[in-house]
Design a protein. Sequence first.
Length: 115
Amino acid sequence: MGKGLETYRGNAERIAKGPLANEAGKNVEGQAKSEGIIVFDQETAYGQEFNGIANGLVLLPGCLDISGYQITAADGTPSYRPEFDRNKVEFQVTYDADRKMWLVSNLIEFPGETC
């Protein structure tokens, strides 16, 4: 499992089961609620050969915007939010020729780099 999937699966599990830190930093037990959207604004794309497939690995640098996404802890208080709502990231996707699908293989975060 790549870092991107691992990150989002872990986040989903904490939302579904708890505990989840609220904005005061207190861990709240129980199921939280999430609503809204997370938007990825792609800047460009770079492809290269991977496993014998031309452009089988594609790098997608861009901006991950969570300004329209909110998580509410089980006690009704807002969850902890990062300092910035828009942060630089890069998704790496690979083409799986056997399954004929693109897979997110990695997520690279750039701490402190906003957009």
